[in-house]
Write a protein of this length. Structure first.
Length: 80
């Protein structure tokens, strides 16, 4: 019988959490001056968001960005 062999872990996590996030396929369409926003949602709401985004053919992030832009338009150019 041979000795016990050590198998590598299922997935090695990078030391830098920013590397976990996939980069956009078309970086020219994204603003390089962005900030990450993290919110807690229920697993049920997360599932509904994922299904809705899939049905629309977009990512959840893109869908939520559009939603936030609609709800909170840029008013910096508006008169006081």
């Amino acid at each position: 019988m041979t000795g016990r062999r050590t198998l590598p872990g299922f997935a090695a996590r990078p030391a830098d959490p920013e590397r976990w996030v996939r980069t956009p396929k078309n970086p020219a369409t994204t603003n390089r001056f962005t900030a990450r926003l993290t919110i807690d949602v229920t697993p049920t709401l997360r599932a509904r968001l994922k299904v809705a985004a899939f049905q629309r053919g977009i990512t959840v992030a893109d869908m939520l960005r559009a939603l936030l832009a609609r709800e909170f338009p840029d008013t910096s150019g508006d008169a006081p």
